[in-house]
Design a protein. Structure first.
Length: 323
């Protein structure tokens, strides 16, 4: 799955690396910190500039790790306290995930820059380990048959992240926690989630731009992140919603005041579709920048109703969609 997304990321990787300096925003007057390191780190077909980044892998999967210099060559080091296998080739490493699922921390350190990037690597439960419609007793439901729609492949996800209680507040980027993306379905056991690294990076870049433009926001309120097929069907949503693949989020800015509702971004004294349009416009303008191409996806705006306030949908499906 995600073949189109991965191909786009590989093609635009150099643009993303260059964007580390091009998109290095002056810190807003209200004190928002981007959480960027002084170097970037490539892991497989992604590049992260952030001090904290979540990665999601299968048991035994191999990850290639390589620092991306920003004009300060020097020696790097990798610190891994797990039982994972690590091989070194200069400033590049191959990290092989343990067979046991769970969370493993890896830190890459730049001695010359006196900076580091922490990777929270979650080893997932493989999709093939499902028992009926459940994983570990948590009901997932049945994924729709594999299909290619508008050039995007819809295969079952590779695996599921176990979200133990102690994992819910783990940062997967500087401003987002794993627990923010949990499905809303009722549960009596440990939940599982599907989540895309590309979505997380996209949300962070959007958050930077939002703050740069003067809208104070420490994190987005994620109204809906991952949805299991079981829950998605229960709420009557379309079968091939990107939420099932963990690469979509319905978000809004909820800072002043924090009340579970979109802030008055338009400044007209009302909370309505105009506020969703402000956030939509910021994201759409960002999507027009060439370095942002690896995060191409869907963007939609929604007004309030009796169930929720206004919000914006974003995803990284790999092709442009607007509504």
């Amino acid at each position: 799955m995600r073949t189109g997304i991965r191909a786009g990321i590989k093609i635009a990787c150099a643009l993303l690396i260059l964007s580390v300096s091009a998109f290095a925003i002056c810190q807003p007057a209200h004190g928002f910190s981007s959480g960027r390191a002084r170097f970037s780190l490539r892991f497989n077909d992604q590049v992260t500039p952030y001090h904290v980044t979540g990665i999601f892998v299968l048991p035994g999967e191999v990850i290639m790790l390589e620092p991306v210099d920003t004009g300060y060559p020097g020696r790097y080091a990798l610190r891994s306290g797990s039982s994972a296998t690590v091989t070194t080739d200069g400033n590049r490493w191959t990290w092989t995930a343990p067979e046991e699922t769970g969370l493993y921390d890896v830190r890459v350190i730049s001695h010359s820059l006196r900076d580091s990037i922490m990777l929270h690597i979650f080893v997932m439960v493989p999709y093939g380990s499902m028992e009926g419609e459940c994983v570990g007793g948590y009901r997932i439901g049945s994924y729709p048959v594999s299909a290619v729609l508008d050039g995007v492949s819809y295969d079952p996800p590779r695996g599921f992240i176990e979200v133990r209680k102690e994992y819910r507040d783990v940062l997967v980027t500087p401003h987002f926690r794993l627990g923010q993306f949990l499905c809303k379905q009722a549960r009596e056991c440990t939940p599982y989630v599907v989540l895309s690294e590309g979505l997380l990076l996209k949300l962070e870049f959007i958050l930077e731009r939002v703050n740069e433009l003067g809208h104070r926001c420490d994190t987005f309120h994620v109204m809906s992140g991952y949805r299991t097929p079981f829950y998605n069907e229960a709420i009557g949503n379309i079968s091939y919603s990107r939420h099932l693949w963990g690469d979509a989020a319905d978000i809004f800015i909820d800072y002043d005041p924090p009340d579970g509702m979109m802030d008055d971004l338009s400044g007209d004294g009302n909370i309505d579709i105009d506020d969703a349009m402000v956030l939509y416009g910021i994201i759409d303008d960002l999507c027009g920048e060439s370095w942002f191409e690896p995060f191409t996806g869907g963007l939609g705006k929604y007004g309030p109703n009796h169930l929720h306030g206004p919000f914006v949908h974003v995803d990284v499906r790999g092709c442009k969609a607007r509504w």
